[in-house]
Design a protein around this ligand. Sequence first.
Ligand code: ADP
Ligand code: DP6
Ligand code: CO
Length: 364
Amino acid sequence: MAISRESEGGKWVLMTTAQTPTNIAVIKYWGKRDEALILPVNDSISVTLDPSHLCTITTVAVSPDFEKDRMWLNRKEISLSGARYQNCLREIRSRANDVEDKEKGIKIAKKDWEKLHVHIDSYNNFPTAAGLASSAAGFACLVFALANLMNVKEDHSQLSAIARQGSGSACRSLYGGFVKWSMGKEKDGSDSLAIQLADEKHWDDLVIIIAVVSSRQKETSSTSGMRETVETSLLLQHRAKEVVPKRVLAMEEAIQNRDFVSFAQLTCNDSNQFHAVCLDTSPPIFYMNDTSHRIISLVEKWNHSEGEPQVAYTFDAGPNSVLIARNRKTAVSLLQRLLFQFPPNPETELNSYVLGDKTILQDA
Ligand code: ADP
Ligand code: DP6
Ligand code: CO
């Protein structure tokens, strides 16, 4: 690993490791009102996945031997010169405190953090930049690990406002369960942060299955895609002002009451409207592919034949499908249907299924 190699023969190195899950939005964030601070045009709501499945693991280290800040992502060195990394590093450094490791005899005074450099080694255990929210897990983990290393005392909601400056969706990965990113009103973004709506135990009947339709890197990143949408889509204005505010209230109520019928309808409608907004962008952005559309049809037909929703689907900025089953029994049936219609096969596009939740296969 990069970090241990760098510290060989040096004075000392202090390091810490964090693991952070990804999150999938059920009411989507798409569009910024402030690009630099990453302030959204609407509130969003997500569910945080179980960290044992899709997660980022980040080790951060500090040593007087390090000559500059450096970062490795998935074992390759990347540049930290971008504004997003710089903003996160600056915000955390400015909140650093004294750190003492008595065993190693290391003492770092608050003022020393401005001069010391860090090395960051980050690994995503799932496809990066493929529409499974690697930027969310990645920046949440980076901010959390740096905050631990530098003994930052801020609570999770304040850390979420820092992670937001790395990637908007990252602010929601600081909490488990159901999380709302409140868009905020302040110009400086101080009130644009994450709030936990319900913890991971609140609705533990739900089972999440992710169909990895393609692990390929998407052609249009979320950042540039939503910029083009803000510049060209009229539908986005209607969505942000008229549709999402009402949907967010309805979704909060559905989550509080564990009302699966409303939850599923809102989730599917919001995913479809987000992709409609992408189509309304000029030139149009296609994140879903034919397999994604066939998965939607499978779920819609099944839900219709049962008389009410059994499964909700949602797609982020990529073709991969996140399916939320109302309970374990439904999840087993869903998996059987998927395996029958879309057998995992390296020759086909649909290559694997991942559980977003740890509950299903043990008891099924
Ligand atoms: P995704 O759908 O995977 O979130 P995005 O286009 O939103 O795709 O973001 C991908 C970008 O997020 C990567 O190119 C990289 O800059 C950043 N990123 C991904 N993983 C990490 C990580 N572990 N640590 C820091 N940044 C990351
Ligand atoms: C479709 O958070 O990746 O996943 O803020 O520019 O880094 P940046 O974008 P990002 O966008 C996520 C968009 C989405 C919906 C969502 O997660 O709410
Ligand atoms: Co992203």
